[in-house]
Design a protein around this ligand. Structure first.
Ligand code: ATP
Ligand code: LTN
Length: 334
């Protein structure tokens, strides 16, 4: 608890252009939850170097992402928005937790299996221990709740196991975090293959809506979205493409699946796809305008980054000191 509020932590990697999946599955919920919790939203740049990055591009992408958090509606005066690499406790706690995590546990992680298949020429140790760094991110702030998309549940389960293991040895050191999965949008699928998750690293640009796509591109991509020949707008397993579009429309408008089905009852796929495209474009255009404005104001961004890193450093140090003491490190003479 900080100031009588429960603590929320989440983060995203600055490895590419964010997609509509990232927005609906994560960012949109972050904004909804931000009043209720004491929030830490990190640009997890330490995680990003588990795959090779071009330094200049990476720097810009991380800045873009930080500005996007703000553009999406997170007030940086109330929410701690910062770069993970600015707070040394993440890496320090990750090392300690590495010594409380088993190889067998990490071997089971599906994201590791997927990423090592994708980057077969660079299966580095960081990629393998990535979930431990994520556990450190979360446990460092005594986090109660972690809003993520469904794909991150396995990592969160591991975080809880590590925390419980540590607590059972040393007493109540860590708060055990709970995942928060939004009711809609928790798994937005590819527009070209509705059985695959929409992902920022998909090779086919038509598969994903990027938050930077202009209106025409968004509408064109929805027009080309893969559906089926059932000719009915229903949310059901047999129609993954149509169901995904319903899910997107529902997450953007707040309408239930039934309401969406009713609204488009008897209409063709063409009309439906156009409506979804226009709704998404209407939602993203103001976000893009705000984003461009924020990025232009370097002094404002620098100020936020500095102030929030100090705040994160302060809270993370409390946990880190406690952990260091518990494992038996000699105290530093200050
Ligand atoms: P990559 O393709 O590089 O693995 P990604 O698009 O999966 O990246 P992440 O940075 O791993 O994105 O995820 C950021 C957040 O967005 C996480 O909370 C994740 O659960 C959520 N998320 C990612 N993709 C989707 C999706 N298709 N639907 C809903 N949520 C998603
Ligand atoms: N692994 C996550 C990003 C991430 C994260 C976190 C999410 C790193 N640390 C802590 C929630 C909490 C991903 O790939 N989306």
């Amino acid at each position: 608890m900080i100031d009588n509020k429960k603590v929320l932590f989440s983060g995203m990697q600055a490895t590419g252009c964010l997609t509509l999946g990232n927005y609906l599955g994560a960012l949109q919920n972050w904004v909804k939850l931000s009043d209720e919790y004491e929030c830490f939203y990190s640009v997890v740049d330490l995680h990003s170097i588990t795959v090779r990055q071009d330094p200049a591009e990476f720097r810009q992408k991380a800045k873009n992402l930080l500005a996007l958090y703000i553009a999406a509606g997170l007030d940086p005066e109330k929410n701690c928005i910062y770069y993970q690499s600015h707070v040394s406790g993440h890496a320090e706690l990750a090392w300690i937790l590495n010594c409380f995590t088993y190889m067998g546990e990490l071997n089971r992680m599906t994201q590791f299996k997927d990423k090592s298949a994708k980057h077969a020429d660079n299966i580095n140790a960081g990629l393998f221990t990535y979930p431990v760094l994520m556990a450190a991110d979360i446990l460092l702030y005594q986090t109660d709740v972690v809003p993520v998309g469904i794909d991150q549940l396995q990592h969160l389960e591991l975080t809880r196991d590590i925390a419980q293991r540590f607590n059972s040895i040393y007493g109540d050191v860590f708060t055990i975090p709970e995942p928060f999965i939004g009711k809609t949008g928790a798994k937005i699928m590819s527009l070209q293959d509705p059985l695959k998750k929409m992902s920022k690293s998909d090779e086919n640009p038509n598969a994903s809506i990027f938050l930077t796509d202009d209106r025409d591109t968004i509408i064109r991509k929805f027009k080309r979205a893969v559906t089926d020949s059932e000719a009915m707008i229903k949310h059901r397993e047999e129609q993954p493409g149509v169901s995904n579009l319903i899910e997107i429309y529902s997450a953007c408008t707040g309408k239930s699946f039934e309401e969406v089905e009713k609204e488009f009852d008897g209409k063709g796929y063409g009309d439906f796809k156009l409506a979804v495209g226009e709704t998404v474009a209407d939602m993203l255009t103001p976000l893009q305008t705000r984003h461009a404005e924020i990025l232009k104001d370097k002094a404002y961004l620098d100020g936020i980054v500095k102030k929030n890193a100090e705040k994160a450093q302060y809270f993370s140090n409390k946990t880190l000191r406690k952990v260091q003491k518990k494992v038996g490190f000699n105290e530093k003479v200050r």
